[in-house]
Write a protein that binds this ligand. Structure first.
Ligand SMILES: *Cc1c(COP(=O)(O)O)cnc(C)c1O
Length: 390
């Protein structure tokens, strides 16, 4: 008889729900195997390639032997300076590149790791629902407890901070926020950010604002948290080059803000990773200097898609949010379905793949998210196909 060990997962892994996009990927592979002409609007992964000037910068950078060695943990000084300049130009916020900027292997990496630096077992982390799943997963890895803040349409998809019990606030170490928001596409007004500052100061809570979509907007650039007076005293902001410059595969992002918070995160990181490949950092410096013509062309592409999809679904009688930012459409599903049932129905009958709202947390039940990451022609076709099966 063959001898083998029994492989048992740790409690922390066993209690984790399956990663949302991994289970969607399975459904997708099955549909493709059945021969479905799939229109995939499920994942927030831009279909537009990285602009060529960035790719070319990478080609040059990858040839340099100096870049083949271990990078510095916190990011090359030139990369951190480029980030500080990017922030100053866009948001008018001054950052010290030495202490107030930290490179990340994509913002997901920093988001997932930060609870390890500040959360002990029994501590609470405030997480939005629906929300990016990594906020709550990172908390569980650190042994912390998530306190869910529902984002409801009647409150413009902002959490109701007054509804959080005082005893929860007293045990809370971190609060995760994300505007422009994935999946609801909502943006946050200055009044809300000021309330966040007030509550964070009162209860000594570190604010972690995820600003991955700050550049994907349709009217004017949304505020970032660092623009709010006092923000640097209590929090940090995560950014990503993924969505802004169509660089999801490159794995580079950054966090900025409070130096002590960044130092804590940096301490975890030095023990786990060895920084970002320097060639990627050099290409990212070029990316951060991209002229506004290119960025406005990207925004225009999404805007065209948004207009077609939004007005198409609205005509079909679907209740949905008109995004002022992000490339997501958050739509209410017909009342005879639940989120997963509706997504399965769409996939089987229309060959359109969306993400069930409940995958972003219980408060997302009753909704579905479409990502505008396909061409206008395919989006028109998706609207037609959905129209036929409703
Ligand atoms: C895509 C996304 C991220 C992750 O971006 P990376 O920099 O590619 O890791 C983080 N937060 C939100 C809300 C996202 O949608």
């Amino acid at each position: 008889m063959e001898k083998r060990i029994s492989v048992e997962l740790s409690t922390r892994i066993r209690h984790l729900p399956p990663y949302l996009f991994a289970s969607i990927d399975k459904m997708k592979q099955k549909a493709i195997a059945r021969g479905t002409d799939l229109i995939d609007l499920s994942i927030g992964d831009p279909d537009i390639p990285t602009p060529p000037h960035i790719v070319n910068a990478m080609k040059v950078a990858v040839e340099k032997p100096a870049n083949h060695r271990y990078p510095s943990y916190e990011g090359m000084p030139s990369y951190r300076e480029a980030v500080a300049l990017w922030y100053r130009k866009r948001f008018g916020v001054k950052l010290d590149p030495q202490t107030e900027v930290l490179s990340l292997i994509g913002s997901k990496e920093g988001i997932g790791h930060i609870p390890l630096a500040f959360v002990d077992p029994g501590d609470i982390v405030l997480v939005p629902s629906p929300g990016y799943p990594v906020y709550s997963a990172g908390t569980l890895f650190a042994g912390g407890e998530n306190h869910v803040m529902p984002l409801n349409e009647k409150n413009d998809f902002l959490p109701d901070l007054d509804a959080i019990p005082k005893k929860v606030l007293r045990k809370a170490k971190l609060i995760f926020l994300n505007y422009p928001n994935n999946p609801t596409s909502a943006i946050a007004p200055v009044k809300f950010y000021k309330e966040v500052v007030g509550i964070a100061l009162k209860y000594n809570i570190i604010v972690c604002h995820d600003a991955s979509y700050s550049e994907i907007y349709y009217d004017k650039r949304p505020l970032c948290f660092m623009q709010i007076p006092g923000a640097k005293d209590m929090g940090i902001e995560f950014h990503s080059l993924s969505k802004t410059y169509n660089m999801t595969g490159w794995r580079i992002g950054f966090a900025v803000g409070n130096r002590e918070v960044l130092a804590g995160l940096g301490k975890i990181k030095t023990n786990l990773d060895s920084g970002v490949f320097q060639a990627i950092q050099e290409a990212a410096i070029v990316a951060l200097d991209t002229g506004d013509e290119i960025l406005s062309a990207i925004r225009k592409t999404y805007q065209e898609r948004r207009d077609v999809f939004y007005s198409g679904l609205k005509k079909l009688g679907i209740h949905l949010m008109k995004p002022r930012a992000t490339f997501y459409i958050w739509a209410k599903i017909p009342s005879n379905f639940d989120s997963t049932g509706f997504v399965t129905h769409l996939l089987k009958r229309a060959g359109v793949l969306a993400t069930p709202g409940n995958g972003f947390g219980e408060a997302g039940e009753g909704f579905v998210r479409f990502a505008l990451t396909a061409s206008v022609e395919r989006i028109k076709e998706a609207v037609e196909r959905i129209g036929k099966i409703l």
